[in-house]
Design a protein around this ligand. Structure first.
Ligand code: TXA
Ligand code: MG
Length: 414
């Protein structure tokens, strides 16, 4: 039976916290919306709500029935575990095995980055955390979000909330309430609208439970590797036995992880809009086997491949605002370009914030395909490239040729 999906605006600025568990909400509509959402959660329903990273699809984490609705609503494979969201350290302690004491590394990470977009793996006590949440893993992923609406919802419900991104499995994660509505309309009762998410990509997922004491980044995200390294250096000093930050695939390989879906996006298709995405390499040595081509021959090939598409071919561009490639392509005639600029090359946090919005907005605008230009895998760029590589079905390696450069020069003279 189709459900009427309500979208209620919430004012983040009307929410303040006397302490972690006691939100004060001055705006009536926001307060009523949070009460309504908390009631739905306790009725074992799912509710979409904003976090600082992406919108989440929440359900009571300690109810197997409620959590199972997350999987059915998203079409999520049962072997993909969920992140549990808490609003206070007291709530965290109630989820952990009795007597468990976090390591000094975890204590410093929580001190520096909670509340915020960092998810930590903890040992899971199966008498506390339902197996559906952990997908039978011995660990449970937990984070404390900083978005006022998310924190207030958990505090008002007075219960830990399991929440994956609020999209159908395999799609880009939603960063605005309207993305959620377009995807999950008639499938859920309530979407809390807190405006656009500030980070725009999911939280960083880290595992600091391994015997060597190092911190493994399973999914790069809102807290960068550089942020983690700096915090460890500042809090633990520059000693030799300081934990190292290891990035999966860059610094270590783990075949067990590759074959199980515990690492986000490893096993399943991810982040893909309904139209094909091509990743364009312009700078770094591209992956093996890619032939370099000029922009003009690339465009000719595109036109040939899509000869039967709408006339003219409508191509979405997700590139830095100051990208030379963007300028050259925009000047190429015979196609319709729809650009959703990703901010200056020098500001990867802006690129992160706009990436999923760009994929979803271009899809909605009816483009035939989307070209995404690579960014440097530094700071937030590491997470951006992690998502783009999974979203893209194809890649190409372009070099601006002499003719491209002269058209650039022409443009810069005018
Ligand atoms: O920013 C975020 O983390 C967002 C917002 C809503 O908080 N949530 C989110 O959830 O991205 P989701 O389900 O889309 O991604 C969570 C990922 C999963 O893909 C899963 O592989 C990983 O976290 N994960 C969860 N529990 C895990 C565990 N016990 N061990 C390893 N990875 C785990
Ligand atoms: Mg997701």
């Amino acid at each position: 039976m189709a459900i009427h999906t309500q979208v209620i605006p919430c004012q983040s600025s009307s929410i303040s916290f006397a302490d972690a568990d006691t939100p004060h909400i001055s705006d009536h509509q926001t307060s009523d919306a949070l009460q309504k959402a908390a009631k739905l959660l306790h009725d074992l329903q799912v509710v979409a709500f904003p976090t600082e990273t992406v919108y989440g699809l929440g359900a009571l984490a300690l109810s197997e029935t409620a959590a199972s609705r997350i999987f059915s609503t998203k079409g999520r494979p049962a072997d993909n575990p969920l992140i549990v969201h808490v609003s206070s350290e007291a709530m965290l302690t109630r989820l952990l095995p009795q007597g468990y004491e976090p390591s000094p590394l975890y204590k410093l990470l929580m001190k520096r980055f909670w509340p915020g977009p960092l998810t930590l793996l903890f040992p899971a006590d199966s008498t506390i955390i339902p197996a559906i949440i952990t997908a039978n893993q011995p660990t449970v992923a937990i984070r404390m979000p900083i978005h006022p609406v998310a924190r207030a919802l958990i505090a008002v419900a007075d219960a830990p909330i399991a929440a994956p991104s609020a999209n159908s499995s395999g799609k880009p994660s939603p960063t605005r309430a309207e993305h959620v509505f377009r995807d999950l309309d008639s499938k859920i009762e309530l979407i809390l609208d807190g405006g656009a998410c500030g980070v725009g990509l999911e939280s960083t997922v880290v595992d600091g439970l391994q015997a060597d004491g190092n911190l493994r980044v399973l999914r790069p995200g809102g807290i960068t590797v550089e942020d983690l390294e700096q915090a460890i250096r500042e809090e633990m000093g520059d000693s030799d036995d300081m934990p190292r930050v290891l990035v999966h695939r860059r610094d270590y390989a783990d075949t067990i992880i590759e074959e199980t879906p515990t690492t986000p996006g490893m096993k399943y298709r991810h982040y893909s809009p309904a139209v094909p995405v091509t990743l364009i390499y312009t700078a770094s040595p591209p992956p093996d086997g890619l032939e370099r081509s000029s922009v003009s021959s690339f465009v000719t090939t595109l036109l040939d491949q899509h000869a039967s598409a709408t006339d003219p071919l409508k191509v979405g561009l997700l590139m830095p605002s100051d990208s030379p490639l963007l300028r050259v392509l925009s000047q190429t005639t015979g196609l319709q370009w729809v650009s959703h600029p990703l901010g200056p090359v020098a500001e990867p946090s802006v690129t992160a914030q706009r990436l999923f919005d760009g994929l979803l907005t271009l899809e909605r605008e009816g483009v035939d395909l989307i070209l995404v230009e690579e960014v440097l895998e530094e700071r937030e760029g590491l997470a951006v490239m992690n998502r783009v590589k999974k979203a893209a079905g194809e890649s190409a390696w372009l070099k601006l040729d002499v003719a491209d450069r002269s058209s650039l020069l022409d443009a810069s003279r005018t």
